[in-house]
Design a protein around this ligand. Structure first.
Ligand code: SF4
Length: 411
């Protein structure tokens, strides 16, 4: 597969490093998934195998996975300038001019020795699928609250609660002394007892002083216990997943209430922004899907007003496929682009967001073989089960898309 350097990339930097098609993640990172599998990073579209056998957290240790045949193969490919087919998300993002995780990984290339001698220094833990919310863009794999709905409406019988076993926790404890960055994902990591156990272990054994913690949270949890733990780590990056505001937020993140989450974030900002800014940094992560794409200008404006100065990071939903903005009809994409263009022309957003707007244009230009009807089917399925009404919550966008619904059987 041809690897094309994205336009914005500083070619000199890459040339200087001599590895123009490199990704550093497989040389120092390992990820445990919520359903008990291993990956080299969160973007990889496959699970790791060792000579064809899929590795599981039940049977294989972190170190087994880190030195598995798939990982050796992946590293060899990168060093030979080849891209692995399971890296397609990074490839696609770079093709749209987006700073992919692969390109971000160069920040970790502090010592080139790591390429010769891979060493596990970073962990991404999807500790479990235990979650207190049932977000529209999620699934039973990542949220325990989704399990019953998936079983009742999608016939998904297999999904159950996933959680790390005591043996898995022991395995993690063994590598913690070497870890410099720990990413916690979910489910909701701050809602999970095992997360607290691991972090408390880090604090009690003095490892927390050397670890940068990265937590992706839905922002529903704020309490003194968490504040004390976070303040014990070398540094904390708190990423709040906020995809919308007000009633639309409540609809998309079932179980959460916008005002409460907003209040929690402001509380975290107080401890991070005023006490020790260098220690806890907060960021908003907004995932762009069909649900919120039309409202991005209003969302940016409100985030800027409610959380002044806070960094906002936008990323694109890749799955569930039915909810990806790639599937929107050309006419709808044109209306959305027009709306985005207006805010740029009117200077109604900070210049820093112009790059995001350009990324959205580029991403909207990607075509898809998933019919737009899949969105209506999924939205109707959810509305019917949850007793909600998309049309009432998103009236402006509904007016634009309603005529594209061809199969109204789910109504
Ligand atoms: S290129 Fe992307 S998907 Fe592949 S290992 Fe690197 S970060 Fe992961």
């Amino acid at each position: 597969m041809m690897w094309k350097l994205p336009k914005f990339l500083n070619r000199e930097i890459i040339k200087e490093r001599n590895y123009p098609r490199l990704c550093v993640y497989p040389f120092f990172n390992m990820m445990l998934t919520a359903d008990g599998k291993y990956k080299p990073c969160c973007k990889w579209t496959d699970n790791l195998k060792d000579y064809g056998r899929e590795l599981t957290t039940e049977e294989d240790s972190l170190i087994d996975a880190f030195y598995s045949s798939d990982m050796q193969d992946l590293r060899a490919r990168f060093l030979n300038g080849q891209i692995h087919p399971a890296c397609q998300v990074c490839l696609e993002e770079e093709g749209s001019g987006i700073l992919s995780m692969r390109l971000d990984s160069f920040d970790y290339l502090l010592k080139k020795e790591i390429l010769k001698n891979p060493h596990l220094k970073r962990l991404d833990l999807y500790i479990s699928n235990i979650c207190n919310l049932k977000c529209r863009i999620c699934s039973a794999t990542y949220s325990s609250k989704w399990i019953k709905e998936a079983q009742d409406t999608l016939g998904q019988e297999a999904e159950t609660h996933h959680n790390l076993t005591d043996a898995n926790l022991d395995d993690i404890r063994k590598v913690l002394p070497e870890i410099i960055e720990l990413g916690l994902f979910g489910g909701e990591p701050m809602y999970n007892q095992e997360t607290l156990e691991i972090l408390t272990y880090c604090v009690e054994n003095g490892y927390s002083k050397n670890i940068q913690l990265l937590i992706n949270t839905n922002g529903t949890i704020y309490n003194e216990q968490w504040v004390t733990i976070l303040q014990s780590f070398k540094k904390v990056l708190l990423n709040f997943s906020l995809d919308d505001i007000d009633k639309r937020f409540d609809y998309q993140r079932k179980g959460a209430v916008w005002e409460k989450v907003r209040e929690n974030i402001l509380n975290y900002l107080k401890i991070s922004g005023f006490q020790d800014k260098s220690k806890i940094e907060s960021k908003i992560c907004c995932t762009i899907s069909i649900f919120n794409i039309y409202y991005i200008p209003e969302i940016i404006e409100r985030f800027e007003r409610d959380f002044p100065g806070m960094h906002i990071y936008f990323n694109f939903l890749h799955g569930p496929y039915a909810l990806s903005i790639k599937n929107l009809p050309i006419e709808v994409k044109r209306i959305i682009k027009q709306k985005l263009r207006t805010i740029v022309i009117n200077n109604s957003i900070r210049k820093v967001h112009n790059r995001t707007i350009q990324n959205i244009y580029d991403f909207l230009d990607i075509s898809s073989n998933v019919p737009f009807q899949a969105f209506f089917d999924e939205m109707r399925r959810g509305d019917q089960y949850r007793k909600e009404n998309f049309e009432l919550i998103f009236p402006e966008f509904w007016t634009i898309i309603k005529n594209f619904e061809v199969n109204k059987n789910n109504r």
